[in-house]
Design a protein around this ligand. Structure first.
Ligand SMILES: Cc1cc2nc3c(=O)[nH]c(=O)nc-3n(C[C@H](O)[C@H](O)[C@H](O)COP(=O)(O)OP(=O)(O)OC[C@H]3O[C@@H](n4cnc5c(N)ncnc54)[C@H](O)[C@@H]3O)c2cc1C
Length: 479
């Protein structure tokens, strides 16, 4: 790439939203340039579960499931308790079935159990969640060959290891191009008729996360490429943000042994979904107190209770009888890996007495002793003070175990305000020529202060496709 260049459409970030934007724009005849800071395309899809949601798909019809975008919309607003953005949710759910149908027609390797009602997030009222057999990689198996073909055809020019550092205006409320840093550290200026920010979120940036999220700590499995630099560049132009006050942690997650912020991959989280595995353990905070019915059918109830606990931390406490009799708490871990974790991992503690366990884990011993006593009395009486129904065994047989968990982050809540045409909004209204899609819009925009199944990946794909078509002059409808 030269030091200055003039392009029609410049897409910043080749991930979940950026790839389909480029594919669609190229398919409709536009020359596209894509900047990607990493040394590969794909963004968060390499690690995302990429569960999708859509109401009114061909797959649902084939299974006799009567669903529609209107029902999907109503469910999103119910689950988010009205905190999601209704305009963008409506746009997302209207396009969602087309996105899923498109993936299927393109050979998406759909899991045979989909669509289903899943319980990791608050459940939909209908089977409306879809996922590929290789999670995000199944989505990439559709996107990457199409993107690479567009690159080979010359319709898309991809620059890897190239980071957009600033957006430039022409003095008016209009973006004229970007400044970027190339693979060798060289500064590059690119003029563009339109710029699309598909730079993702900021859940890989532990310093920025609390700044944009009301002080909430970052702990999670986010991609290191989720740096938030696209958001920061737009903020420099005066772009408005929203959603930083809508943080809700995912219930649980174990840190990597050597990191204060990064968790093990999502597949290696403890199984804390009661619909999948009723709990044999209790969950206590740093004071040693229980704070919720561990088997509450509503994950929203458990996540909201966790929000009030010190440092969003809790310990899953159990005894030897549960270790032997219960289904595995950490299903993907072998016995050898667990033994090693209890010997060396700072989040795993094991001891012969509850007092010793509390000491090792960093939990108040008196609080823990009281909580276990009360829980055991509840098990004996069949009446738990938190209303927990699954009370299989008392916690009384040493050694005792504690696994520290955190309220974790799968997506960053805050993002750019956009209008109904996905134009980024600045102090003087929509900024001309500047669009955004994906998690750059804020993970809370389409889910509010909750998690709504599929409402990150599906809209990222849909809005990316929509922008690609629209900016190429196709699809003159709304966006
Ligand atoms: C473990 C995990 C599981 C998840 N599971 C689900 C799920 O099941 N369903 C769901 O809906 N959502 C899920 N999510 C969230 C969802 O995957 C993301 O919100 C979505 O993939 C983000 O897409 P995106 O296009 O906005 O960003 P990304 O896919 O992250 O792409 C952004 C790209 O932009 C690049 N970039 C960033 N800044 C710059 C810059 N300045 N210059 C150049 N390039 C830049 C990045 O390197 C990256 O490649 C999950 C997230 C995680 C972490």
């Amino acid at each position: 790439m030269g030091t200055t260049e003039q392009v029609d459409l410049l897409i910043i970030g080749a991930g979940t939203a950026g790839l389909p934007a480029a594919i669609e724009a190229a398919r409709h005849g536009l020359k596209v340039t894509v900047l990607e800071q990493a040394d590969q395309t794909g963004g968060t899809l390499w690690r995302s579960w990429a569960q999708l949601s859509a109401g009114g798909t061909e797959l649902q019809r084939a299974r006799g499931i009567d669903d529609s975008p209107a029902q999907h919309f109503a469910d999103v607003m119910r689950i988010s308790k009205g905190t999601a953005d209704p305009t963008l949710v409506r746009l997302a759910v209207e396009h969602a079935p087309h996105t899923v149908d498109w993936l299927v027609s393109a050979g998406f390797d759909m899991d045979p159990d989909a669509p289903a009602i899943l319980y990791f997030h608050e459940p939909y009222s209908l089977p409306r969640t879809y996922w590929g057999r290789r999670a995000g990689r199944s989505v990439l198996e559709v996107l990457l060959p199409r993107f690479e073909r567009a690159c080979e055809d010359g319709a898309v020019t991809l620059h890897l290891n190239t980071t957009m550092t600033a957006l430039r205006t022409d003095g008016a409320n209009r973006v004229a191009g970007v400044t970027a840093t190339g693979p060798g550290g060289e500064v590059i200026e690119i003029d563009a008729a339109s710029v699309v920010l598909t730079t993702g979120g900021y859940s890989g940036n532990a310093r920025l996360f609390p700044e944009l999220t009301g002080g909430a700590p970052l702990v999670g499995p986010g991609a290191p490429t989720s740096t938030g630099t696209g958001l920061l560049a737009a903020l420099e132009l005066g772009a408005k943000t929203r959603g930083g006050d809508l943080f809700l942690p995912t219930y649980g997650g174990v840190l990597l042994p050597d990191s204060p912020t990064r968790t093990v991959p999502l597949d290696d989280y403890p199984q804390l979904t009661p619909q999948a595995r009723p709990p044999w353990e209790i969950h206590v905070n740093a004071r040693g107190e229980r704070f919720v019915a561990e088997d509450s059918a509503s994950v929203d109830v458990r996540e909201t209770a966790l929000l009030d606990q010190p440092d969003l931390r809790f310990w899953v406490v159990y005894d030897e009888a549960a270790r032997r009799k219960a289904p595995p708490l950490l299903p993907s871990w072998t016995e050898a890996e667990l033994d090693d974790a209890f010997a060396t991992h700072p989040s795993f503690s094991r001891a012969d007495t509850l007092a010793e366990l509390a000491e090792l884990a960093g939990v108040d011993p008196e609080g823990l002793r009281t909580s276990v006593e009360e829980y055991n009395a509840g098990v004996a009486a069949g009446n738990d003070r938190f209303g927990r129904a699954h009370l299989p065994l008392p916690i009384e047989q040493p050694p005792f175990h504690a696994v520290r968990n955190h309220g974790s982050t799968l997506k960053s809540p805050a993002g750019l305000v956009v209008d109904e045409n996905l134009r980024v909004v600045g102090p003087a209204g929509p900024i001309e020529n500047l669009y955004a899609a994906g998690e750059a819009l804020g993970g809370s925009t389409l889910s509010g202060k909750s998690f709504v199944s599929g409402m990150s990946v599906t809209p990222a794909l849909s809005f990316g496709r929509l922008l690609g078509r629209r900016l190429a002059g196709a699809d003159q409808g709304s966006v």
